[in-house]
Design a protein around this ligand. Structure first.
Ligand code: BEZ
Length: 405
């Protein structure tokens, strides 16, 4: 199975590799009994044939590390299930969503129209999720979003074809608002986030519950997305605002620069830093190191969670990749699990049947704890309060409670 998936990727990356890949693919197809001569659509739709799935993640740009974690999580699920989804050999085609809709929309269009995949998993960036929504809705191909939190995707722009195994930007931040208000005891916070859909929505979610619980906002700034390397001017403004703490959303490379500069600027000791969990999640935490200690965040996963599913997942992930899993890995792992169940349950091989079956998959026993799709296609799940601590020489997101907003 690994050969088939590897080959389908190599086919897109150059002629020499394609020749070798075709030979491997033909060999593997012979073993698996799938017909490579069939037109793509037919091959993906035939009962018992391989099922074609697109993996749309950032392989470049500020969120590339998140894309790698998602690919690892998705691949791990396949490796643990004989390379199959719905009992059929899974042929995965990867595409790079890049940093925005200008790259993400063409990449998704190719998967749907040229590669003729049966479903797509992935999408990190909210602006890209919003940009590709109509493509999937009109083509009647299921999109299982494994990160992007855009609120409207499961709200005003909901589609029968769009499902999400991640979170909404509102939910993950609403979960922590009352907790921060309580910690502040009447003092104000300053808000910082990147200037694009997710930044604005995440801060709106936080402000909603924070202010409802009596919290005060001293000011807010939205920094140019993917371009800001020097946060000092923004941090100076936050300090001058008189706020007692900062609430922030950054992810990937931006989260590393932000947290390190926050500490270098001497703010860690003066103004506690709170945020959505992406701020300290995964590889970024290792890069931030001691600068992140004390940051409190809200997220639906920590690799420190104490449950049997997570223990097994962390062990398998570490064995496969020599790295610890992240929320991005889990969201993609669970997307594969949901798609696996849906493909088994679907009445036929059409996108409509697969999308409908996603609504029947029930509870997913996940490393994050059990969750299920709600009526709006978002997960009904627990959000955890996490604090960055040093444990046994490593910096980790310790789980210090559950958030019940
Ligand atoms: C988003 O664009 O929705 C997003 C990106 C990275 C982490 C979390 C959310």
């Amino acid at each position: 199975m690994k050969l088939v998936r590897g080959a389908s990727v190599r086919l897109r990356h150059g002629a020499a590799a394609a020749v070798a890949a075709t030979a491997v693919l033909a060999l593997a197809a012979g073993c698996a009994g799938s017909s490579l001569d069939q037109p793509a659509a037919e091959s993906s739709a035939s009962k018992g044939a391989a099922v074609k799935v697109g993996l749309l993640v950032p392989l470049s740009g500020v969120y590339a590390p998140l894309g790698k974690d998602m690919k690892n999580g998705f691949d791990l699920y396949l490796d643990q299930h004989d390379g199959k989804l719905g009992g059929r050999e899974a042929k995965v085609t990867e595409a790079d969503e890049g940093e925005g809709p200008q790259t993400g929309v063409p990449a998704a269009t190719k998967l749907v129209q040229q590669d003729k995949v049966a479903a797509v998993v992935g999408v990190v960036n909210s602006a890209i999720a919003l940009g590709v929504r109509n493509l999937f809705d009109e083509a009647k191909i299921p999109l299982v979003i494994a990160n992007a939190g855009a609120n409207d995707i499961t709200g005003s722009q909901a589609s029968d074809y769009v499902w999400r195994t991640a979170f909404s930007n509102a939910a993950v931040n609403e979960a922590i608002g009352a907790t921060v208000a309580k910690d502040m005891a009447g003092k104000s916070v300053y808000i910082l986030a990147p200037d694009y859909a997710a930044g604005k929505e995440q801060m709106a979610g936080f402000k909603k519950t924070f202010t409802a619980a009596g919290g005060k906002v001293a000011g807010e700034q939205y920094t140019p997305f993917g371009k800001t390397q020097d946060f000092q001017p923004y941090l100076s403004k936050a300090e001058r605002s008189g706020a007692a703490a900062v609430y922030a959303f950054y992810a990937g490379a931006e989260a590393v620069a932000f947290v390190k500069q926050y500490d270098q600027f001497g703010l860690s000791d003066k103004m506690p830093l709170y945020g959505s969990g992406f701020l300290t999640e995964g590889g970024v935490l290792a890069a931030q190191g001691g600068a992140a200690i004390g940051i409190k965040t809200s997220l639906h996963y920590s690799n420190q969670l104490d449950n049997p599913e997570n223990a097994a997942f962390v062990k398998a992930y570490q064995a496969a990749y020599d790295a610890s899993p992240t929320v991005y890995s889990v969201q993609a792992y669970d997307a594969a699990a949901a798609l696996d169940k849906a493909l088994k349950a679907a009445d036929d091989e059409s996108g409509a049947a697969i999308a409908k079956a996603l609504g029947t998959v029930g509870e997913i026993a996940s490393p994050r704890g059990p969750w299920r799709f709600g009526a709006n296609h978002d997960p009904e799940q627990t959000y955890y309060l996490r604090e960055v601590k040093e444990q046994n020489g490593a910096v980790v997101n310790a789980v210090i409670g559950e958030l019940t907003n």
